[in-house]
Design a protein around this ligand. Structure first.
Ligand code: NAD
Length: 471
């Protein structure tokens, strides 16, 4: 049983003022595996004060000094790869493919931020004016449970790149992963107060951060509902906000698509991170004349997917993070049937062979129309809705008929045509044929999927303010 008794403030592990405890679980077994002692508003204030003390010196660091810090952080995370992977497997339970991706990704975000700093013009001359890009002020980050280590690292990397200090409030459900990554980051030897990490509830520690007049910037990843609350609270003190929220990504299968290539891409996009991914492509738009053919190929491919624990190297899909999330996904699988959609694969209950753990059956609905709740609401589990379209214009209209606009997908064989369709989509990112991730391309959403962008120069600028010195 793991007991997480401390938070990280001013360069040290300290006992929080808050005394409330929160249970931690292994989602593959449903067993309680630990407890975390949560911080409270007073702990948030102590962390903000430490970050505020660290800010003036951090603000004056040169790009070269910041690159050095980022390299130290990269190396510190890479050095603890085994411990981080173990923490994630135990507390989150992702399949091997996601575990293998996650820790190199977390180390890689520091490397990418260092490269962005190296290439970025922090001062430039425009007319008779010097424009200086300055750090916006002390930052706060609030992160979700579906990639705890990755989000902590990417938000810290951007703060350091910009020359600011940060207070991070991770999800209370990920405290074992947070502890492992905090220990790794501590070894990088950042100046005191530059990094502070406070476990706690959103409505307690999160609210203290969003209301504090000493926080100038909030970078939030999480649900659209919480993003709205944060945006409202931040307005009081005119905080700069970056919000990375939910999604209901369309995958447009064009009529010239080669199904041998497209079907694996469709499943990867729909069920990535066990479906607990904001970027999941959960609405598949299929030309009506190929609907039967695509459905039968999907049924066979999805039936072959395996939902099992991380310890099984052949697992494709891990458990849902909590009992609550499991119930939520079950309720949507019930709802799809009530709404009149047809179960092509999967369904309610646990997958065969799993008698415990928050595992769900990878599920595909056909006969879905875009007005059904299963195609409008983010389910955050491995549930794919297949919708028929008659021509390209209708496909684009259905794809854009959503409150969300995070990541869309276009599958086909004609590059020019795919690009033409991509330009019509209301989404922060469009992936053509499962192109590989580009870590310096901007990431973020249109519409209710968020505000602002992360990664690369766009992400860096979200932590900077331009100052013009005329003359
Ligand atoms: P959530 O919004 O419930 O919680 C996210 C974080 O916000 C947690 O740390 C939580 O404690 C905190 N929080 C909750 N209420 C708060 C409040 N009132 N004030 C301040 N902070 C508060 O989301 P979740 O369930 O942890 O994560 C799943 C959601 O995150 C999904 O909707 C998913 O789409 C979204 N997500 C988005 C992205 C993206 O980059 N766009 C990435 C991953 C997840």
């Amino acid at each position: 049983m793991k007991a997480i008794e401390q938070i990280y403030i001013d360069g040290a592990f300290v006992t929080p003022h808050g005394a409330e405890r929160f249970d931690l679980f292994n989602p593959a077994t449903e067993e309680k595996i630990g407890e975390v002692r949560l911080g409270d508003a007073e702990d948030a204030r102590a962390a903000i004060a430490a970050a505020k003390r660290a800010f003036p010196a951090m603000r004056r660091t040169s790009p070269a000094e910041r690159i050095e810090m980022l390299h130290a952080l990269r190396d510190a995370v890479a050095a603890k790869a085994d411990a981080l992977t173990e923490a994630m497997a135990t507390e989150y339970g992702a399949p091997q493919s996601f575990l293998a991706f996650s820790v190199p990704y977390a180390a890689g975000v520091f490397e990418m931020a260092a490269r962005t700093v190296a290439d970025y013009a922090f001062t430039r001359r425009i007319g008779n004016t010097d424009v200086i890009m300055e750090p916006v002020g002390v930052a706060a980050a609030i992160t979700p449970w579906n990639s705890d280590i990755g989000f902590i690292c990417s938000k810290l990397a951007t703060a350091i790149a910009a020359g600011t200090s940060i207070v991070i409030k991770p999800s209370e459900m990920s405290a074992i992963q947070t502890q492992a990554v905090t220990e790794a980051l501590h070894a990088a030897g950042l100046p005191r107060g530059v990094l502070n990490i406070v476990n706690g509830y959103g409505h307690v520690v999160g609210t203290a951060l969003t209301q504090s007049p000493d926080i100038a910037k909030i970078s939030f990843t999480g649900s659209t509902a919480t993003g709205r609350t944060i945006l409202r609270a931040a307005a009081e003190t005119f905080k700069r906000v970056t919000l990375e929220l939910g999604g209901k990504g369309p995958q447009i299968l064009l009529d010239d698509a080669d199904l041998d290539q497209a079907i694996p891409h469709i499943l990867t996009s729909a069920f990535r991170n066990s479906g607990q991914a904001c970027i999941a492509g959960t609405r598949l738009l299929v030309p009506a004349h190929r609907y039967e053919e695509v459905s039968s190929r999907l049924a066979a491919a999805v039936s072959a997917l395996k939902a099992s624990p991380s310890s099984d190297p052949t697992s494709d899909i891990g458990p849902m993070v909590s009992a609550k999330q499991w119930e939520r996904v079950q309720s949507y699988i019930r709802l799809g049937q009530e709404e009149g959609a047809t179960l092509l694969a999967g369904g309610e209950g646990r997958p065969e062979g799993q008698d415990r753990g928050w595992f769900v059956r990878p599920t595909v609905f056909t006969g879905v129309t875009n007005d059904m709740r299963i195609s409008r609401e983010e389910i955050f589990g491995p549930v794919l809705s297949v919708i028929a379209y008659h021509d390209e214009a209708e496909a684009i209209a259905i794809a854009n008929d959503t409150d969300y606009g995070l990541q869309s997908y276009v599958l086909g064989t004609d590059g020019d045509r795919m690009r033409r369709v991509a330009r019509e989509l209301e989404a922060g990112r469009v992936v053509l044929n499962e192109a590989p991730m580009d870590p310096r391309a901007p990431f973020g959403g249109f519409k209710h999927s968020g505000i602002g962008r992360e990664f690369g120069a766009f992400g860096l600028e979200a932590f900077l303010e331009p100052k013009a010195i005329l003359g």
